[in-house]
Design a protein around this ligand. Sequence first.
Ligand SMILES: [Zn+2]
Length: 296
Amino acid sequence: MKKNSILSSLPVLIAFIFVGVFAWLIASTFFGTKAGDPQPEPEALEEELETIEEEIEEIEENKSVGPVYAPITNVASSNCTIKYGNLMLINPNFHVEQDYITNRRAELISLSYNYGIAEGNPNNGDNLMDSVAALHMNEMANAYKTAYPGHTLETRSCYRVRGTTCGRLCLPTGQTDHHTGLTCDLIDPAYGTSLDTSLYNQHIEWQWLKANSYKYGFIDRFPLAWAGGSMSEPMNVNADGSTGLYETWHYRYVGVEAATEIATGKYNNGQYDSLEHYLKATGLVTDLVNATCKTD
Ligand SMILES: [Zn+2]
């Protein structure tokens, strides 16, 4: 970010140099110079200008192009948790409107293009993520590669513009965490392509993510302990913090501080928390069923 801000201030710097030289030329033409002051030759000035132009050219050539960040804008929604940024809650009780979903897409960046994180299933959403979450996703993917050389993490589904109607694990448009731009379903292709909770013990990457993702600001969004019985039933997204879902591959960015508190169970007797319960326990959400937030 620091590098980017230096680069973005470059045009201002160039403008200052030119304005400075121009002002000095005007000043010396109109006001002349005091007797005894050294009179710069026009050739000397021209040479100086040439040197500055060469220096600018050199800076322009050497500047590296970092990750391309989409501009962050404020996307509106009647969902009261929108003001919590990375802690925003979208579920069957906390809905978002179609406008939110469409406008949010414009804020996201490509994981494939910016970080080379492959999309395993191009038919299920777009490989897009919020720029800060994507930066941390890349760090997490690299840490996994280091822990298990030869292995990689790829996405099966990140941002979705629509909900799904496939049954047990699916939620309609406006109600899925996949609208946030902070979420991806993850899998190591070495273990196949099937997202199946019964395969958890065979999937090293899901076990590694469960234990380590919080260090990068990600949480297991739908842990078994918070599924609340039969899954994907809106009634199971209850007042206590049940999510109604159990998915061992669904990881959600909430920032390192909150992720650490959720994974280490700060408000859940040391056990892995749900985002719903965490928001209720911290007082940010006042009612998980009627979808109300703390008033400012
Ligand atoms: Zn998911």
